[in-house]
Design a protein around this ligand. Structure first.
Ligand code: F6P
Length: 337
């Protein structure tokens, strides 16, 4: 079989480990041929496709980013447009290159596009990746554990300045519309207040929590804020900056914000992500060998399995207010809003 592989959407730690997992298994075990598609779906549109050899797989397990490059190019027309030229071009190039299946490694947008390509009759197997952990149907996607580790270490370091200067330190983490990254890194780093998009907050309450901490001999606080929380749209501020300004106004305490940004997406994957990426890559290859197309590889408990792409496309996995980290965190006095 001849397989094309692409990576689309934001980069994250573990993508190269997945490419390695797919390609090594496909070439070594199944004797398949692999073609690398450059820059996500853009490479399928432009026919920017080249063979990948086993020698190309050296040094990938711990390498950040993606050797195939990525983009957020969407092959299907946006609402209100009938221009389907890109999708037609993709079909033409897959035919021309005689690709039996396309492996799409990506986040939510990629799963949606992959599902639509599958509807057009293209054989697709997809693999979920994102630091946001918001892909429906998989317990975890690789990239998340690495990003939690990076954010946790960064917040640990903010504790020094918070306690030395007796300041409120607000740290904004990524996560798009979901609070997974803020919840996991905030709890792991001992955040005093954790704000996620799934839970409402009251700014007066946040101020009171910080003032009460001062009364109990804690003249500093760490506030972990997910980038996707609700803010005043008129003020056009990032979530972290907005919350820092509001807290300073409410309490009169010196408050500083830090935005972790793309630091959370770069560099080497954690060992958990390396192994998850490797297992998911191997499973994707097995699906192809068994001609089980139109599916996304998923982690359920400690089992690697797969689900129909049509099940996950267009859905978002959000944090439940009953998540055990929230329930236990509240019992410990951590404020979630
Ligand atoms: O989906 C991953 C992510 O890093 C989000 O956490 C963030 O909101 C977004 O991508 C940033 O996207 P871009 O790379 O387009 O700036």
């Amino acid at each position: 079989m001849r397989i094309g592989i692409l990576t689309a959407g934001g980069d994250c730690p573990g993508i190269n480990a997945t490419i390695r997992g797919v390609c090594k298994t496909a070439i070594n075990y199944y004797g398949m041929e692999i073609y690398g598609i450059q820059s996500g779906f853009q490479g399928l549109i432009d026919d920017d496709i080249a063979p990948i050899d086993i020698e190309d797989m050296s040094g990938l397990l711990n390498l950040g980013g993606t050797i195939l490059g990525t983009s957020r190019v969407k092959p299907f027309p946006q609402k209100g447009s009938n221009n389907n030229e890109r999708a037609k071009q993709i079909l033409k190039n897959i035919e021309k290159r005689k690709l039996d299946c396309i492996v799409c490694i990506g986040g939510n947008g990629t799963q949606k596009t992959a599902a639509r390509l599958a509807e057009l009759g293209i054989n697709i197997v997809s693999i979920p990746k994102t630091i946001d952990n918001d892909i429906w149907g998989t317990d975890f996607s690789f990239g998340f554990d690495s990003a939690v580790g990076i954010a946790t270490e960064a917040i640990d370091r903010l504790h020094s300045t918070a306690s030395s200067h007796k300041r409120v330190m607000v740290v904004e983490v990524m996560g798009h519309h979901a609070g997974w990254l803020a919840l996991y890194s905030g709890m792991a780093s001992g955040g005093d207040i954790i704000l996620i998009p799934e839970l409402p907050y009251n700014i007066h309450n946040l101020g009171n929590v910080i003032i009460e901490r001062l009364k109990k001999g804690k003249p500093y606080s760490i506030v972990v804020v997910a980038e996707g929380i609700q803010t005043d749209p008129e003020r056009k501020k990032r979530a972290g900056e907005y919350i820092a300004e509001e807290i300073e106004y409410e309490t009169g305490f010196e408050t500083r914000e830090t935005v972790l940004g793309y630091l959370q997406r770069g560099g080497a994957p954690s060992s958990f992500d390396r192994n998850l990426a490797t297992l998911m890559g191997g499973h994707a290859t097995e699906l192809i060998a068994n001609k089980k197309f139109g599916r996304m590889v998923a982690l359920k408990g400690d089992t690697i399995t797969s689900i129909p792409l049509s099940d996950t496309a267009g859905k978002l996995k959000l944090v439940s207010p009953q998540h055990n980290l929230i329930v236990e965190g509240k019992k410990m006095g951590i404020c979630f809003g």
